[in-house]
Design a protein around this ligand. Structure first.
Ligand code: 3PG
Length: 229
């Protein structure tokens, strides 16, 4: 309708701008690998939501990622659920059929980016080099995954990349923890930080849902404090 900014697309999903805004507001994106998606997807989603982190990147590294995505989407409509470690366009299809609202790839694959744009799903490709960023620029992307963050030079590299490419915000992922989260999120170039520290295999496999909630709450507090400092 004229004069009203749309927040959902033709599939009823948040628009790409809205998705980026909501992810930035939350500030952290749990990177999840579930060995028992039927058993763990729902309690895990509950734990994340209770901790103020209603978002998940469910990686295709584990079989059954699509089952987890579908369970979270079906049961928690307020949650943003994406697929991570997506390596093929077939996995994009599988993720979308399960209800994934965004796609994350570890690297910059122009074929997958083009495909995601064709089928209108948000894509966060892993980028760390000027060549990656330049390719992302050609696709008109605005938020990139910066992966693996710590191992690629961390905040110093992200700042250096922002000089020629100030149009991008990034989601650093890889080596993020409660200890260094603030160092990233205090910089306005950071959209959010991805990480598995609040959803480790130990926490999930042993059903430590309260600890997951607590780690999420601590993360949200760190993000708020760093951004308001
Ligand atoms: C990812 O897939 O994004 C990373 O493996 C997450 O990195 P982390 O386990 O160091 O948080």
């Amino acid at each position: 309708m004229f004069g009203i900014i749309s927040v959902s697309n033709e599939r009823g999903e948040p628009t790409m701008n809205e998705m980026e805004k909501r992810i930035s507001e939350i500030g952290v994106v749990p990177v999840i690998k579930l060995n028992h998606p039927e058993r763990d997807a729902i309690p895990l989603a509950k734990a994340l939501i209770a901790g103020g982190v209603p978002v998940a990147e469910v990686t295709f590294r584990a079989a059954g990622a699509a089952i987890a995505i579908k369970a979270m989407r079906d049961n928690f409509p307020e949650m943003l659920v994406g697929a991570g470690t997506v390596l093929t366009t077939a996995q994009v299809d599988e993720a979308m059929a399960a209800g994934a609202q965004f796609i994350v790839t570890p690297g910059m694959d122009p074929d997958i980016v083009a495909y995601c744009q064709k089928v209108s799903i948000q894509i966060f490709p892993g980028c760390t080099t000027p060549t990656d960023y330049h390719t992302a620029y050609k696709f008109g992307l605005s938020v990139l995954k910066f992966f693996p963050a710590e191992q690629s030079g961390g905040m110093a590299k992200i700042k250096a990349m922002s000089a020629p490419f100030p149009m991008f915000k990034v989601m650093p992922t890889g080596g993020i923890s409660l200890k260094n989260l603030a160092d990233y999120v205090r910089n306005p170039v950071i959209a959010a930080c991805g990480g598995s520290y609040m959803v480790t295999a130990d926490l999930i496999d042993n059903g430590k849902w309260d600890e997951i909630t607590d780690l999420c709450k601590q993360s949200v507090e760190i993000v708020k404090a760093a951004r308001n400092a």
